[in-house]
Design a protein around this ligand. Structure first.
Ligand code: TYD
Length: 228
């Protein structure tokens, strides 16, 4: 099912008979793989060729979701694993309802830094919750909305760790997870690509940023018919 031709959402959205027609592209990867840089570069290129583009992120992307982001990433907060999963899903439900669906509905391209794949990687593979449970909670939260394409940026966690240190950002609650967590997260993203290769693009993230951007744009052009 391709979103270029319009996808039909299930669950809450389906009951309203909502059909969305834009293009929904998600960027995933462990921390420090360069997602934000690629989201910005791809957005620039698409806007340059006249597309209407909405850039957004998770957790966040709407007022309520940004408030939940501050809570769930606060290193001073202790949150049990199921609660964490539900907070990410609650933020996502608001993000989908307020930001993503309205934009897709008006034919825009939505580029999101993270989506459901992150909950599968971090809450299921990372924290150890059942993958079926995390998938089901998120199916509910999103009304069954799936990205047209998920770009997975793949990088050795040791290299990604150095990049994170160089950035000098504050370590958030998720990044404070024990040794081996980022490797597990990486493994989950690779497994997600293998399970649905037609909906994913795996990109080695140790390459030059411009090379990565052009690989993503070429894929959008050749596989999704995006004119650049
Ligand atoms: P992100 O904003 O990508 O972090 P940064 O900007 O610091 O690179 O994501 C914040 C953290 O939240 C990141 O460690 C991944 C985690 N996360 C989950 O654990 N589950 C989720 O569903 C999402 C969306 C993010």
């Amino acid at each position: 099912m391709s979103l270029v031709g319009g996808i039909r959402l299930m669950g809450a959205y389906g009951e309203k008979g909502c059909v969305v027609t834009g293009l929904f592209v998600v960027f995933e990867g462990a921390d420090g793989t360069g997602k934000s840089t690629q989201v910005a570069a791809v957005a620039d290129a698409l806007r340059h060729s006249g597309k209407e583009v909405v850039v957004t992120r998770e957790p966040g992307g709407s007022d309520v979701a940004e408030t939940l982001r501050a809570l769930v990433l606060d290193p001073a907060t202790q949150i049990d694993d199921m609660t964490e999963t539900l907070i990410f899903a609650a933020a996502r439900a608001d993000h989908v309802a307020k930001t993503i669906v309205p934009a897709l509905d008006s034919g825009k391209v939505v580029l999101s830094d993270r989506f459901v794949g992150s909950s599968i990687a971090y809450q299921s593979a990372g924290r150890g919750l059942s993958e079926d449970a995390v998938a089901e909670i998120n199916h509910y939260a999103t009304g069954g909305l799936n990205p047209d394409l998920t770009v997975v940026l793949d990088l050795d966690p040791a290299v990604a760790g150095v990049r994170r240190d160089d950035r000098g950002d504050m370590i958030d609650r998720m990044e404070a997870a024990p040794d081996g967590f980022q490797e597990t997260v990486r493994g989950s993203f690779l497994a997600q690509v293998q399970a649905a290769p037609d909906r994913h693009l795996l990109v080695p993230a140790a390459q030059a940023p411009e090379t990565i951007t052009s690989q993503i744009l070429t894929h959008l052009e050749t596989t999704y018919g995006v004119k650049l």
